[in-house]
Design a protein around this ligand. Structure first.
Ligand code: URA
Length: 238
């Protein structure tokens, strides 16, 4: 395969237009594996490549797979209306790479959010046919009762759905807290299911997607990390 020139490599990593990336290189702002390179026509090997741009190191990644511990008060939309976008929590160049959330969490939902610039990955993860289980911790307004858990397990009818939606599993984990696992990702699904079952969701946190849990990643709220092959395999394993 033809090797990419440095300006194209920088562009592919989200550092700006080719023209701007050429200027960055010519201005001595780019180091390749620790050595400043001023010729944008150079063709470094991308495998294991570390680019230093404005004194910050970035390992070359053909595609980005990211996990964010989403805080409340951020919207997953690219054009947010009332709150800042989750993308503002990531390095600026990720936005230029067209990194997008895999599915959406409400602005007040916290927890595990995946993001990527790999369209096939986003599609596969969010496809309803894949039935990727998603686990949530929901804090309820009224105490959790056995009939509530039973209703969520057996299925509740939401007004715009053709058939009742049920949880894959649902357990009480506190007087006003449940752990609920869903395989669909309908709009406000946990909140609407709780409302349809006669309670109200006061706070919602996603704690796992497939076999990948937030605990494994050790991210504080607002922190993000790259997902490596082993973690991506956990997502696929479900
Ligand atoms: N269900 C909801 O109600 N909101 C979310 O953000 C995710 C699942």
């Amino acid at each position: 395969m033809a090797k990419l020139t440095l300006d194209r490599i920088l562009q592919s990593q989200g550092f700006g237009s080719r023209k701007y990336c050429r200027e960055l290189v010519e201005d001595g702002e780019v180091a390749v594996n620790g050595v400043v390179v001023t010729d944008w026509r150079s063709t470094p090997d991308t495998s294991g490549l570390v680019l230093r741009v404005f004194d910050e190191d970035w390992t070359y990644r053909e595609r980005l797979y990211i996990a964010l511990n989403k805080p409340a008060g951020y919207e997953c939309s690219r054009k947010p209306s009332h709150h800042p976008a989750v993308l503002t929590l990531l390095p600026e160049q990720f936005g230029w790479r067209d990194v997008q959330p895999v599915g959406r969490l409400d602005h007040d939902t916290t927890g595990l959010l995946l993001l990527s610039d790999d369209g096939a990955f986003i599609h596969a993860q969010s496809s309803p046919r894949r039935h990727v289980p998603k686990r949530y911790l929901a804090t309820t307004h009224a105490p959790v009762t056995e009939p509530l858990l039973q209703a969520l397990r057996e299925g509740v009818q939401l007004h715009d759905e053709p058939a009742p939606l049920r949880a894959l599993s649902c357990e009480a984990v506190g007087e006003r807290q449940i752990e609920i696992v869903l395989e669909q990702g309908k709009y406000h699904q946990v909140k609407r299911m709780l409302a349809a079952a006669g309670n109200h969701c006061e706070a919602l946190r996603r704690i796992s997607v497939g076999g990948l849990t937030l605990d494994m990643l050790g991210l504080a709220e607002g922190e993000w990390c790259y997902l490596e092959e082993a973690q991506l395999a956990l997502l696929r394993a479900g």
